[in-house]
Write a protein that binds this ligand. Structure first.
Ligand code: NAD
Length: 379
């Protein structure tokens, strides 16, 4: 089959869904790869590098859509891209079906199969395809780097001839994939790192990374939900959490917030009075900005400075800001998806809807909308 990748049409998106390395692996499955000219340029991958890996470089996105059996991209397709799909063709990308129901319906009317990388079930067998985690890992790392770049002091403590420098204090709120990556990065840069999550089971993991878990003085239901995700907190729990954050705010230099509950707006956890209590020069990076933000004052996609000199960063494109790294990981996730779709390694796609992972990620197939999927069995 022919597998094609287009240049991302979303303004400012620098990632690409194919790398020369992933193309070589995809060729071993019996497929041929094609890429739109310039698709990798913003991730430092030239057309010549693709050609050297045996990839055909074509002039336009239309060539890719017209000639390929499977089209892969990063961002959800635009209306125009969905209109280009045809019966029997497969499109693999992030899709966020709950937010793009019309596009999903249109693709199913056209008889195209959509595989949403954001719907890959978070079970162990599917980890190699878990593109959300790949991107969250990068976002967590980059959030700390961005905060350090906006912070006027060292993160590590130093004793120098010119005086003693105290280490920075970093608080990470939410210790999921992005949060753990942020904790690892902050501790490795020498910051004193604190972390909080509503799921107390992550405390050990946080401590093993050299950070201190912030425990609440609270008896009763916490916020652990199903499948390793959080459930909304009770009002009493939330109050206890906010009281703890209020106590920490004057002393913390950098706050990285990553708190997320699936299919909801981000919980507001860092309030205006907490921002006001922080020292001038402190930095907040709000990774939940896309979903409304964990900090009350976050402005999506912007860096603002408050009246009391606190920098608040609400960028939602951290993976794209590290396009080479994120393209490498995303292209590998796509390659693993194609491996599972090509069990015979014979260049033939076998779309097995009895496979939990393929079923979970498939949102349209054979003129049907197949989202939401049935609950996956644990593997
Ligand atoms: P995740 O589900 O693995 O982690 C979220 C964590 O937040 C969980 O551990 C959960 O228990 C915790 N949480 C939920 N409610 C909480 C609360 N009230 N207090 C404390 N912790 C709470 O998600 P993830 O994959 O790590 O993604 C984290 C965030 O990063 C998401 O909001 C995601 O959209 C975002 N993200 C941002 C970018 C960007 O460029 N800005 C890129 C990728 C991901």
């Amino acid at each position: 089959m022919k597998i094609g990748v287009v240049r991302e049409s979303h303004e400012g998106e620098a990632r690409v869904a194919l790398t020369p390395q992933s193309a070589e692996q995809i060729a071993k499955l019996g497929h041929e790869c094609m890429v739109e000219a310039g698709a990798g340029s913003r991730a430092d991958i030239s057309d010549d590098l693709y050609r050297a890996a045996g990839v055909e470089v074509v002039e336009t996105a239309a060539d890719v859509f017209d000639r390929c059996d499977v089209v892969a991209k990063v961002r959800p397709p635009t209306e125009d891209e969905v209109e280009r799909l045809r019966e029997g063709q497969t499109l693999i990308s992030f899709f966020y079906p709950a937010e793009n129901e019309e596009l999903m319906k249109r693709a199913s009317e056209k008889g195209a199969t959509l595989i949403a990388m954001d719907m890959v079930p978070r079970i162990s067998r599917a980890q190699k395809m878990d593109a959300l985690s790949s991107m969250a890992n990068i976002a967590g790392y980059r959030a700390v780097i961005e905060s350090a770049n906006n912070f006027g002091r060292f993160l590590t403590g130093q004793i120098t001839a010119a005086g003693k420098v105290p280490p920075a204090k970093v608080l990470v709120v939410g210790a999921g994939v992005a949060g753990l990556a942020a904790i690892g990065t902050a501790t490795s840069l020498g910051a004193i790192t604190y972390a909080f999550d509503v799921r107390p089971e992550v405390a050990e993991q946080v401590q093993s990374m050299g950070a201190e878990f912030v425990f609440l003085d609270f008896e009763g239901e916490q916020g652990a939900g199903e499948g390793g995700y959080a459930a909304p907190s009770s009002p009493e729990f939330r109050e206890a959490q906010l009281a703890k954050f209020r106590e920490l705010a004057p002393d913390i230099d950098i706050v990285i917030t990553t708190a997320l509950i699936p299919n909801r707006e981000a919980p507001e956890l860092w309030t205006e009075d907490m921002v006001k209590a922080m020292k001038p020069g402190s930095v907040i990076v709000d990774l939940a900005a896309e979903k409304g933000g964990n900090c009350k004052l976050t402005v999506k996609d912007q860096r603002i400075v408050t009246d009391n000199g606190v920098v608040i960063i609400g960028y939602t494109d951290f993976p794209s800001r590290m396009a080479k790294q994120s393209s490498t990981l995303y292209a590998t996730n796509i390659r693993h998806m194609l491996t599972d779709l090509t069990p015979g390694k014979d260049g033939q796609i076998n779309h097995n809807m009895d496979d939990d992972v393929i079923r979970g990620a498939t949102i349209t197939h054979k003129n049907d909308v197949t989202w939401p999927p049935p609950k996956p069995k644990q593997a």
